[in-house]
Design a protein around this ligand. Structure first.
Ligand code: PXG
Length: 466
């Protein structure tokens, strides 16, 4: 058998990659001309590429490597579990110890009466489960017409047909369409859309769009509302403090189910086990993935409250499940990850050490001429790039031009910091130390300086006409 090894020259690997590997969310033409960066190793918050560069990973992979790279304990647990029981399913009245232990542990960690877990292989799958679960809930209760799910524009809930439809991203809807019965309301993005309102007023306004939508559709048609406590892929949009309490009030008033998509915000990212705790949300269902296993194995799920689990069970068999629901290797690795998060006090480290240390330095970035606002919740942060801070102006160039250029500078400076449009975002491993935060900030500043100089040279520091 031919082994594809790390010893091939980078250019050869890149050519094979471009010829045979279809990448997610990537322009394939760019791959063919430029070649993808090839990551070969990871340790803590550090990555190494095939050219030997040492890169600080400001994104924890894709928001998932919460405990950092290279933890041997997880590799050992995976190897042991593969030897003992590599696979068995959880269908048709069978189970196994890793799935039992992980479900029980998640129920212990989750707030309130979120005591039941339906496993999936990813966040997208878990959100597909949620669509079927909430519709089934109302069906069993004798209200099959209650099937519309209200979500937000610029929300992200995955890339399957269900997850992509719940998400509010038009370019995703344009590639393959949407499923029926999903409606979108405005996002609580004050910097970009708040106009002359205060943040508090704008938070209430956007939350009340939920009430308007429920009344427009008729409460007898609405099953649930879904939202990320903090929008991640949409640009780390931190809602005004008034937003979630008002959403909660409206869900309570009309008796619709509330789904918190905690795929990014779960497992310590916001300085609590769950983002719902940080924002005082009381969801009926939480979507989880990513940090559940710190990305060491693909696993996701839905944490379901007593009432929803009881009603769905009343209906008899729920015709839904995945071959890999509760996969024993993934479950064993997730359990070990949760042990490390808990025993090493990593969430306390986020709350008491890393967040306060980063916050001071992150907020100081607003002194840079390109940076309008800086937001940080736990260890997820964003900065808005703008040509005119006082007006919260957008650039005249096509949205994302300035962000992309800045991202390219970060890449060149061995810092992974992403751009979403003209916002720059970070979500580093939760174990990042103050000394590593200093390096991250230093590289971010250098990249911002270089980006600013090049934008200036090219005459791109121009505000869009209002
Ligand atoms: N919900 C949320 C809130 C997410 O952030 C998913 C669901 C889907 O999870 P899976 O495991 O199916 O990918 C996500 C995933 C980005 C980016 O560009 C974000 C995600 C995935 C890929 C890229 O920021 N989030």
């Amino acid at each position: 058998m031919n082994m594809i090894t790390n010893h091939l020259p980078t250019a050869e690997l890149q050519a094979l990659d471009a010829a045979h590997h279809m990448h997610p969310f990537t322009d394939a033409n760019g791959l063919a001309t430029k070649g993808a960066r090839i990551i070969t190793r990871g340790k803590g918050v550090w990555l190494t590429d095939s050219e030997g560069n040492r890169i600080i990973d400001g994104m924890a992979g894709l928001w998932c490597v919460n405990i950092g790279y290279g933890r041997k304990e997880l590799a050992e647990v995976a190897a042991r579990q593969m030897e003992e029981l590599a696979y068995y399913n959880t269908f048709f009245q069978t189970t196994h110890v890793p799935a039992i232990a992980l479900a029980a542990k998640i129920a212990e960690l989750a707030p309130g009466d979120l005591n039941h877990v339906f496993f999936a292989g990813s966040g997208s799958e878990a959100n597909d489960t949620n669509i079927r679960l909430v519709r089934r809930y109302w069906q069993v209760k004798g209200m099959p017409e209650k099937r519309v799910i209200i979500a937000r524009k610029n929300g992200y809930h995955g890339s399957t047909m269900g997850g992509g439809s719940l998400g509010g991203m038009a370019p995703i809807h344009a590639h393959g369409g949407m499923i029926d019965g999903i409606e979108h309301i405005g996002q609580p993005y004050w910097w970009g859309e708040g106009g002359d309102m205060t943040e508090a007023e704008f938070g209430l306004l956007r939350a009340r769009e939920l009430e308007d939508k429920i009344l427009e559709l008729g409460v007898d048609k609405v099953a649930a509302f879904i939202g990320e406590p903090v929008q991640g892929a949409g640009g780390v949009i931190v809602p005004p403090a008034t937003y979630w309490p008002e959403i909660q009030r409206i869900c309570d008033k009309y008796g619709i189910l509330l789904i918190a998509d905690e795929v990014i915000t779960g497992f310590g990212r916001t300085g609590n086990w769950f983002g719902s705790q940080t924002f005082g949300i009381r969801p009926h269902i939480m979507t989880i993935a990513k940090g559940l296993s710190s990305g060491y194995q693909p696993i996701g799920g839905s944490i379901v409250c007593d009432e929803v689990a009881r009603v769905v069970a009343e209906g008899g068999e729920f015709f839904h499940g995945y071959t890999y629901s509760g996969h024993p290797v993934a479950a064993a690795v997730a359990l070990e990850n949760l042990r490390i998060l808990q025993e090493e006090h990593i969430i306390e480290h986020v709350r008491d050490v890393a967040h306060p240390y980063l916050r001071e330095r992150w907020e100081a970035l607003t002194e840079h001429p390109l940076v309008g606002e800086a937001k940080l919740v736990g260890l997820m942060g964003s900065i808005a790039l703008t040509p005119d801070k006082a007006k919260r102006a957008k650039f005249a160039s096509e949205a994302g031009t300035v962000g992309f250029r800045t991202r390219e500078r970060c890449f060149a400076n061995n810092l992974i910091m992403r751009h979403v449009g003209d916002r720059m975002i970070i979500s580093p491993p939760l174990v990042i130390t103050p000394a590593e935060i200093d390096i991250l900030i230093e590289r971010a500043k250098t990249s911002l300086d270089e980006s600013y100089a090049s934008l200036k040279a090219d005459g791109l520091l121009v505000a869009k006409a209002e």
